[in-house]
Design a protein around this ligand. Sequence first.
Ligand code: ITT
Length: 198
Amino acid sequence: MPARVKLLLASSNANKLREYRSMAEGCAIELDLLPRFRELPAFPEDAPTFAENAAGKALHYSRSSEEIIFADDSGLVVPALDGAPGVHSARYAGENASDAKRIDKLLTEMRGMKGDNRRARFVCVIAAARAGRMLAVVSDSAEGVIADEPLGHAGFGYDPIFYFPPRGKTFAELREAEKNEVSHRGKAFRKLLAAVSP
Ligand code: ITT
């Protein structure tokens, strides 16, 4: 019988963990949070690209374990705002602001913008490393439109204002499994599985 792949997530974001766990169910994958993640020295995520931050996080935390560690750097890119919130998505409205505050700030910045100016893209870069050596860096994105107001209660972060035309709903109106089928994170994770599977 082929060995099960074990992946440990280095993340402080419980929503990411929930999505990865649900995607790992039914695959030959054992997936969990890196034990004692919060006690380990934090990795400063201050690089200008998602890829550098994801790679840096995975390499940094992989030095604390013998297992494969993976990390995701993700966010919402609005071309009409020169790419904001981008790599600053988590801290867009300040360090400890709520999702609602981040959404408010983005809707305020976009007031009066119409048509193509409301186009947006969720991006997810996932890096996997073991013992300080990089194993894989993969990425994917989902294209949508910033809605005029929040709709739906599922998901997290900017999901209530990310309208996804192919489904006619915001990401927060999709069931988790539906979001994972089409999301930046879902598509990138399937690439990661292909890259690390024996
Ligand atoms: P870790 O770095 O500890 O994993 P984090 O929340 O700080 O957790 P990021 O730096 O990657 O993670 O920031 C990602 C932010 O982008 C996240 O906090 C959300 O605001 C937003 N985001 C990412 N993926 C999203 C998704 O699927 N739906 C909604 N918002 C998302």
